[in-house]
Write a protein that binds this ligand. Structure first.
Ligand SMILES: [Zn+2]
Length: 253
């Protein structure tokens, strides 16, 4: 009888560590960075970025960058070192980057057919990279397989002032094409996503790039997988149509 209480305490402590290492770890498979203060500087408008007031879009056809989330994660530079182990979510026998890659490839072919220049980017964004549109493509994960839906976010600092327009047009087109529910749980991490946190990283898009991150659905949910894994063409159609709508609205296309 005397062993019951200590035994119970050991079980509790053990359970906590299992939760910490296994469950909690897979729970944060959304957008990096995690638990880092990514606040932009307060003086961002005043001096450091004053040169952007005279910024003009480079001549040329519409240019769209599609980032494949977690692709070539092991090649990120020093400043993003902590992302190296972040391989993203996993489900249905697929790693997140594979699912994002298939969707990005198909989105690219739709856009290219329409005459839009497209570049597929890995986890590392080239220094000061500019495009008319930057969409980072991801797939979510959760320990609860019932959790479903897509979500997208624009940067906390939107220097060009057009990311929210891109966001709403892609959200609308993506929902129409995939019929997936919209997950309202957009996190602070998503809005400070490293690839468009130009106020913090060198390997981030140029501040005048209209940028969003899109979690296309949950790889851990069967209904979501039926779209993002089995029908990447539908996901691609949604993204491409949203991007085209944005480019048209901005008179770039
Ligand atoms: Zn991801």
């Amino acid at each position: 009888m005397k062993l019951i209480l200590p035994g119970f305490i050991i079980l509790l402590i053990g359970g906590f560590f299992v939760w910490k290492t296994v469950i909690h770890k897979t729970d944060i498979s959304g957008a990096p960075p995690y638990l880092v203060d990514d606040n932009p500087p307060d003086d961002w408008q005043l001096d450091r970025y004053a040169y952007l007031r005279d910024w003009k879009r480079p001549e040329g056809p519409a240019k769209v960058a599609l980032q494949v989330g977690h692709w070539k994660n092991d090649e990120v530079p020093e400043e993003l070192e902590r992302l190296r182990g972040n391989t993203g979510s996993f489900g249905g026998g697929k790693a997140e980057w594979e699912v994002a890659y298939a969707i990005a490839r198909q989105t690219a072919s739709i856009l290219e057919e329409k005459g839009v220049g497209v570049e597929l980017l890995p986890a590392t964004v080239p220094l000061g990279y500019w495009a008319d549109v930057f969409v980072s493509i991801h797939a979510d994960g959760n320990t609860n397989s019932a959790v479903s839906g897509f979500k997208a976010a624009a940067p906390r600092r939107d220097m060009a002032g057009n990311a929210n327009k891109l966001l709403s047009l892609v959200e609308e087109a993506y929902q129409t094409a995939t019929n997936l529910p919209k997950d309202p749980n957009v996190s602070r991490n998503m809005r400070g996503y490293y690839a468009f946190a130009w106020w913090r990283y060198d390997h981030a898009v140029h501040p005048m790039t209209a940028s969003i991150i899109l979690e296309t659905g949950f790889l851990t949910n069967p209904a979501d997988r039926a779209i993002i894994v089995a029908r990447p063409d539908l996901a691609a159609k949604g993204i491409a149509e949203g991007v085209i709508a944005y480019l048209s609205s901005a008179n770039i296309f």
